[in-house]
Design a protein around this ligand. Structure first.
Ligand SMILES: [Zn+2]
Length: 294
């Protein structure tokens, strides 16, 4: 399994606030953070996270524990499974890691979702850390979308250039043909050339139910624009737009509790509603709903 030291290392590296914050909206309450409990149905929040002690406790239903207990409970996992999942997120290698070797397909899927996650990180950097992101930050302010919720949804920005992703991936040694398979870049007519699919757009990573980035949706910030207001990644080996709902990964727990999943039209509407505490809201990707989404 893992040594005590490794378990402590995982707890140190993964702040319980970040992990819990992926499932519920936490609000500051003194030194603690408060949320509606994901484990029982309630109208006023009695679920507390203590970042100093790295624990959570619900004063309504009594659930409590550390980050492992939280993930076990919310994902319905055995301790070993939660341990593996969190070790992966914390970048801690476990001793006696005897899990079955990944098959080719799983490896490939990991490669794809890792690449997407890397690109999501690039877009996030450009939104929050770079001067080019200011128009997008202004747009989010205008729409009343706070930084905390924007970061939970890993929003990003890509400037009006043809080579933002192309150049960064080339510098990092990623093969652009993989990025092409994911629809991040498009092959140009010139030999071996690629250009970015998404340009000058607010970027929304699309997550699968396990929080892996499987695609992107990009919204133009222009008032006058050609083409669609939103463009989405094309279907790929890991993304089939008819099978995935935007924000389902964030909505699934609340939806299970309230036995209701609410569908709205746009990604931004979803985020605004989640920010307002309506956490069972999702949006379809593309126009028509398919039977698989229903
Ligand atoms: Zn509770």
């Amino acid at each position: 399994m893992a040594t005590r030291n490794e378990i402590e290392q995982i707890k140190d590296r993964l702040n319980i606030v970040d992990v819990v914050g992926r499932y519920v909206t936490l609000k500051k309450a003194g030194t603690n953070l408060r949320a509606l409990c994901p484990f029982h149905n309630e109208k006023t929040p009695s679920f507390m996270v203590n970042p100093e002690l790295n624990i959570f406790k619900c004063f309504g239903c009594g659930e409590s524990g550390d980050v492992f207990a939280f993930v076990q409970k919310i994902e319905g996992l055995e301790f070993g499974e939660a341990l593996e999942q969190l070790a992966g997120q914390a970048g801690v290698a476990l001793t006696n890691d005897i899990k079955a070797p990944s098959t080719g397909k799983i490896k490939e899927r990991e490669l794809f979702t890792d690449l997407n996650s890397f690109v999501a990180g690039l877009y996030e950097y450009l939104l929050w850390q770079s001067p080019v992101g200011e128009p997008a930050r202004a747009y989010l302010r205008e729409r009343g979308i706070g930084e905390a919720i924007a970061k939970q949804f890993r929003l990003g920005y890509v400037p009006d250039r043809w080579d933002t992703v192309v150049k960064t991936l080339a510098e990092k040694g990623y093969t652009l043909s993989t990025a092409e398979k994911l629809g991040l870049v498009i092959r140009s007519d010139r030999q071996d050339g690629y250009y970015d699919r998404f340009r000058d757009r607010l970027m929304f990573p699309i997550f699968d139910p396990q929080d892996k980035v499987v695609g992107f949706s990009g919204r133009t910030l222009k008032k006058e624009f050609e083409g669609g207001k939103y463009i989405n990644s094309p279907d790929s080996d890991i993304y089939h737009k008819g099978q995935i709902l935007y924000a389902y990964n964030f909505a699934k727990h609340q939806a299970r509790l309230s036995e209701e999943l609410i569908l709205v039209e746009g990604n931004l509407d979803v985020i605004q509603l989640h920010q307002a505490g309506e956490q069972n809201v999702v949006a379809p990707l593309g126009t028509a709903l398919t039977s698989e989404q229903m």
